[in-house]
Design a protein. Structure first.
Length: 194
């Protein structure tokens, strides 16, 4: 699978000229890679293209140049799926500050309780180890970066058209799940090596 490197990044003027078209394309792509689970959790499944776009946008908006590019690549390049996994940004989106604090205060360790279920097989998330996102006292962060490592057999099962795939939580305070749509599945299957 392709790795994100400085050579992939367009210069400011080139990207500016393509920005409107890229935005329209990314809105469609991201819609197929987004899933809602329960009342607050949104999953954005990442790909080379979504992360490339994120970096281009950060550079365009913040105009940080080469120094910023190095930081952005350090942050986002590890999230590009390696061909044997799915990678997701999980966000708990709660507008009301008091409700957000109450909900996140009950979800400590949630990043270890997320699964993708294929038949009877559950693949549990492995959180990105950049920072500790659950703190003592049981509170968790509103954003998590999760890897779901698949075996070859699990990849084959994921690619079968008639297999039901479920994304969910085994957390006692957030035991929600959802079934992936065919649009979701068709898009996410491209994250695996052939």
């Amino acid at each position: 699978m392709q790795k994100l490197t400085p050579e992939h990044i367009l210069d400011f003027d080139t990207y500016s000229a393509k920005r409107a078209d890229m935005r329209a394309e990314m809105i469609q792509l991201k819609a197929k890679r987004r899933l809602f689970v329960g009342p607050y959790a949104t999953f954005h499944f990442e790909s080379f293209k979504t992360l490339w776009y994120q970096i281009q946008e950060m550079l365009h908006i913040e105009k940080g140049g080469a120094e910023q590019l190095e930081d952005e690549l350090e942050a986002y390049a590890p999230l590009v799926p390696n061909g044997q996994e799915l990678v997701s940004t999980l966000m708990f989106e709660i507008e009301d500050k008091h409700k957000r604090e109450a909900v996140l205060g009950q979800l400590g360790g949630v990043e270890h309780k997320v699964f993708i279920k294929i038949g009877d097989d559950k693949i549990y998330s492995i959180p990105e180890q950049d920072v500790e996102r659950s703190i003592e006292g049981g509170r968790t962060s509103s954003v998590h970066f999760l890897h779901f490592p698949f075996s070859k057999a699990q990849i084959e099962a994921f690619k079968k058209a008639d297999t039901e795939i479920i994304l969910g939580f085994d957390h006692p305070h957030y035991a929600h799940m959802t079934v992936l749509s065919e649009d979701n599945l068709q898009t996410l299957r491209t994250d695996f090596e052939d």
